[in-house]
Structure formats: C-alpha cells, structure tokens
Ligand binder design. Structure first.
Ligand code: 0T9
Length: 382
C-alpha cells in the first residue's frame, strides 16, 4: 500500500495476514516500525477531558434535564480526540505502547475562567490482558469520572473489530450539596479500516448509553454507507428514564457528526447547535520527566519513545526488551516470594453495583461487570 514505506511492505503484508483469523490481545503483537506510536495507552484517558470547560459545566447544570444534556455534550465532544487524534497528529492510527503492570500517568488541566482545576490519574491495573483504570476529577465543581478499559479484538473482512470492555461512571455532586448523582457510560465498538493500505483509521459502530440522573441517552454510531452516507455520524436520543415520571418535554433527538458538530433535530431546541468541536482542544499538562518516578509512563518509555521518534528502531527495540525483561523478572520474583503486585490507586471488585443499577434501565449486556474502585489517594502536589 501507499502509506507503507517500501522497505517495510513485506513485513506489513505478513503482519496483516497474521491478523486474519486472529482473536484476542492485539497489543502484544509485533508490528512493523512505521506503524508504532511513541505514546503509551495509559495516556489515552486524558482524551476524556481535553475540553475541560465542558467537563466542569456538568457541575453547573441547574436541573436533571440540563445535566443530562451537559453530560452528553461533554461525552460526544470527547470522541474526536479519542478516535481521530492519532490520524491528525501522525497521519494515521498507530499502535500505542503496551503499558506494563503498575504504569502510572498523572496530569491536570489548570483552573482558568473559574472552571476549576481538573486532575487526571491513570494506572495500568493488568498486563495480561491489558486493563487501564483512571480517575478524572474537578473537585471544585464536584465532577468526577472513574473507569477502566480493556479491548477484545477480532478481524473481519479486512477490518479490525474492537469491542471495548469496561465502563465509566461519572459522579456529580451538585454545588449546593445534596446526594451525588451517578451516570453509567458504556463504550462504543470500533472498526479499524484502511489496514491493507497501511493507513488505519477508526469508525465507531453500534450503540452506547449514558444512564443516570433520571435520564437515559442512547447514542447510535454509523459510518460511510449507512444512513447518512457520511463518516462519523451519530444520532442521540435523550429522554427521562423509565419509571422516573419525567414528561416527554424532556426528550431530545440530536443528529450530526461527532468529529465536527451536531444539532437538535426534535424537541423544544430543534435546529439549535448541540455540540461543535472545530475549535482546538487543550492537551493535559504533565510535569517534567526529570521529576517523575520510574513507573510514570513518559519516564518509563522515554528511550523507547525517543527511538521511535528518531526512527532509530534498533534502539527502540533494545530499550523495549529491557523493560520487558525487567517485567518478567518482577513476576518471577513475586512468584518465588509468594507475593502479588499491589495496585497503587485502585481496588478490584468483582461486580459494580452502579453498573448493575443504572445498566438495568438500558438493558446492558452483560448485566454485571467488574470494576476498579479509586482509593481516593491522589499523589501530593509537587
Ligand atoms: C481507550 C481508544 C482505545 C483505548 C484504543 C484498539 C487500540 C487500543 C485501544 C479503545 C480510549 O478511550 C479510546 C482509542 C484507540 C484504540 C486503539 C486503536 C488501535 O489500533 C489499538 C490497537 C491495540 C492496535 O494498535 C492495533 C494494531 C495497529 C496495527 C492498527 C493501527
């Protein structure tokens, strides 16, 4: 294909062939250098807050209906960053660095214009399979997102199909006090196309839900060749949750493209703009690598990332092998000592009552899921 450097065509072809019939953990497969990204998956949860004013606005909402719309607007506005930003910054989707167990990523978005500071904390809570847990919190606005993320991948007619495993819970504690309001967020299915040509890109498919605060949002995703014929199309329906006695005046339908903008297409706000992400986003602020602990992502992967950025793939692979050997040794030592790696910020639970309660309203499958509960131990500020 076009995007594949001539010298790597052979390895790309055999890589793609080995994907066929593959099912399981793609992240551990060795891929040709041109498709490698210098960024670890532990950095990805930052995509949830690259429009911090939309996140903090959730805390300012005045009633259930406004809050449900604010949550949906923030959620839809994260999709462009989550699913197209590698194409924008590196020309195509790339294979992220596969985090090690215990890898950490910390950052924040500063307080400006009264929106309050938002903090980010990420921990790799499993390596086989890779699972990433995170917490994003704007304390002053009472808005907090926690969640975990894993993937099941398969290959179907030339595309990689990625089912996201895990969920997120958004907790809003209104300013005037009162009980916290919880929202369950489910995650979209991905189809990665353009593989054969060496320029992969993501399309979202199927349906996800946001359930909580007496409202339910159903979001349907479609790509080129489906109902609108356009890439990155979505249609969202917001309505009072069954059994909450809400009236149809709270119902809204929203149509548009998640990577540009959308409009209300029914209800009292019909014709008005719902979301617009054409303005630049705001990347997370991260401290200097020199002040980081060894397991903080950018410090841990520093030399691998440098190798990838400078196209010195021998160095990258040498440094990656060092990290992998160190990991193998740690697991061996733990086994010999009869100990287990301890998570730093999260505690695993086999079932999540929030998922079960709010998931019921939208008939989530499976009806129960495990979770990683944040221990509320933010690191001390330097
Ligand atoms: C959570 C997101 C997730 C992580 C990535 C599938 C993928 C790893 C998971 C789901 C974020 O909130 C959103 C965005 C992109 C997802 C990644 C895209 C991708 O290609 C990788 C997988 C593991 C690969 O690297 C596939 C191999 C590669 C050759 C294709 C580019």
């Amino acid at each position: 294909g076009d995007a594949v450097p001539a010298a790597q065509r052979g390895t790309w072809t055999s890589f793609v062939k080995s994907l066929a019939g593959f099912s399981g953990d793609l992240s551990s497969m060795t891929a040709p250098p041109f498709i490698l990204s210098p960024t670890s998956l532990t950095e990805f949860p930052a995509y949830w807050c690259e429009r911090p004013e939309l996140f903090s606005a959730i805390g300012d909402a005045k009633n259930d209906e406004d809050r449900a719309l604010a949550v949906l607007k923030w959620f839809i506005s994260t999709l462009k960053g989550q699913y197209t930003s590698r194409n924008e910054s590196m020309g195509s989707e790339k294979k992220p660095l596969n985090p090690v167990l215990g890898e950490l990523f910390y950052g924040y978005w500063p307080d400006t214009n009264g929106r309050g500071q938002t903090d980010l904390l990420v921990e790799q809570v499993s390596h086989h399979p890779p699972i990433t847990a995170y917490c994003i919190e704007n304390k002053s606005k009472g808005v907090k997102l926690t969640g975990h993320n894993a993937q099941k991948t398969s290959f179907s007619s030339g595309s990689i199909i990625v089912k996201q495993i895990g969920h997120a819970v958004l907790t809003v504690t209104p300013n005037g006090g009162g009980a916290p309001i919880e929202y369950l967020l489910t995650l979209p299915r991905l189809r990665i196309d353009g593989i054969w040509y060496g320029s992969p890109y993501i399309e979202l498919t199927d349906t996800t839900f946001i359930s909580g605060g007496n409202f339910v949002s159903t979001i349907e995703y479609k790509g080129k060749g489906y109902f609108s014929g356009k890439s990155h199309t979505f249609k969202a329906t917001v309505s009072p949750a069954p059994g909450t006695g809400g009236s149809s005046s709270g119902e809204h339908v929203i149509d548009g493209l998640w990577h540009t903008s959308s409009k209300f297409s029914s209800g009292g706000k019909s014709g008005l703009t719902f979301h617009n992400v054409e303005a630049p986003k705001e990347e997370v602020t991260v401290g200097s690598v020199d002040n980081m602990e060894d397991f903080e992502s950018r410090k841990l992967w520093k030399l691998v990332a440098q190798g990838i950025r400078q196209s010195d793939f021998d160095a990258a692979s040498r440094e990656k092998t060092k990290i992998e050997n160190d990991q193998r040794q740690r697991r061996k030592d733990e086994q010999a000592a009869g100990t287990k790696w301890e998570l730093k910020h999260f505690k695993h639970v086999d079932s999540d009552p929030v998922y079960e309660r709010l998931g019921k309203l939208v008939k989530v499958v499976p009806p129960t899921e495990d979770a990683y509960i944040f221990q509320d131990n933010w690191p001390a500020k330097n």
